[in-house]
Design a protein around this ligand. Sequence first.
Ligand SMILES: [Zn+2]
Length: 463
Amino acid sequence: MYRAFLPRQCDTELLKKIVALEAQAEQIFNTHRSLVNGTRITENEVRYILAGSTDSASVEAAWKGYMEVGGKVRGHLRKLVALRNQAARQLGFTDYYSMRLTLQEIDKDELFRLFDELDDLTRGPFVALKAKIDATRAAHFGIPHAALRPWHYGDLFFQDPIGTGASALNELYADRDPVKLARTYYAGMGMDVDDILARSDLYEKPGKDPHAFAADIDRAGDVRILCNMKPNLYWMDTILHELGHAVYDKYIADDVPFILRTQSHAMATEGVATVLGTMAKNEDWLVHALELSPQEAGAAAAAAREATAVEKLIFSRWAQVMVRFEQAMYGYPDQDLGGLWWDLKKRYQLLNPPDDPSRPDYGAKTHIVGTPAYYHNYMLGDLFACQLHDYIAAEVLGVDDPDKTSFFGRKEAGDYLRKAVFAPGNLYSWKELVRRTTGKPLSAKAFVRRCVPTKPEDKERSP
Ligand SMILES: [Zn+2]
């Protein structure tokens, strides 16, 4: 209760100003259309050009058109950072970032130690991957390596992989019913999701939110998800993921008091949802859920494993930029933020900056403005997901290679999740929960094992 109520204990006039500025900035994001070669286009159209075009001038124009929103919100962001810092200082914190971390039960030094560990373990593999990506992208656009700029990497922030590594897998889902598959999967782990699905809104409709989420309506069993189901890999992963959030909420024990009848932490529920969503690309899942022959499943899963490794590696380097940028921005708001942004993008993502590195491109990432001091939770959730999966595979199911189990039909895995992770609700801090459920503190090791191909000698050395 203390942590939930503390941030609202500062001057109410100040809070009103912050809320008004946030609303204005959000409105700017919602109505921004990128001016590209004289035409205003949507974010989806920008993404389409960045992902598919082979013309260097076109991707540059699309990228710069989108990034204009950073310039439009720069003034709002500058004021927001000052006001958020002012509010945090009224409550006794050095700055807003430190306050948010404290309220999220995160020790700043520990967080940055973890991100340093992640940086150390991923830098080498990322340098190698980036060299391959650069060769592919330079050839794709027919330009020299030295001419590669941030708009050549297939998306706005170089946070997702470009290729089509999982496309073979996508086809396997073309004539399947992901809702039915998800129901069977959860039932096999002893978790009934029929009631959740019956209350949920699963298919596309005009005017409906095009994304997906899970919501615990009353902390008394009314849990629902929203999806826009299509028979493909993306929606298979997504419905497994959202149901992961939903079963977490559903199976919190009845005797946990109302105020604690919620997940332990954002990273904990994201971790669980990620473990279960990722199963859509798991070999054991393909054999059992899709009833593929081991040969078919093996080939598809090998491609998927590679694609997942690339995805995790690229995301982890991008998360470094986000986390370090926010921390430095709230610490020293008057510095050259554009310069800081492009320094970090160069150091962690190995990107060449655009011609004018003082551009306010940082403002174009909505989280910086509207979901402040939260991004680290995505990364922590993924580290937890890998560590939890490995623990359940080895200690609960007795499987040597964690990649060889999807928990399909394994009620013991479901029982463990229910009893150890879900039942306590928010009785334990996230750190205590990680220790209790995986036997050790959170580290980057299990995550890194998935990003980096294991050498045979490494395998022999591990216990
Ligand atoms: Zn999620």
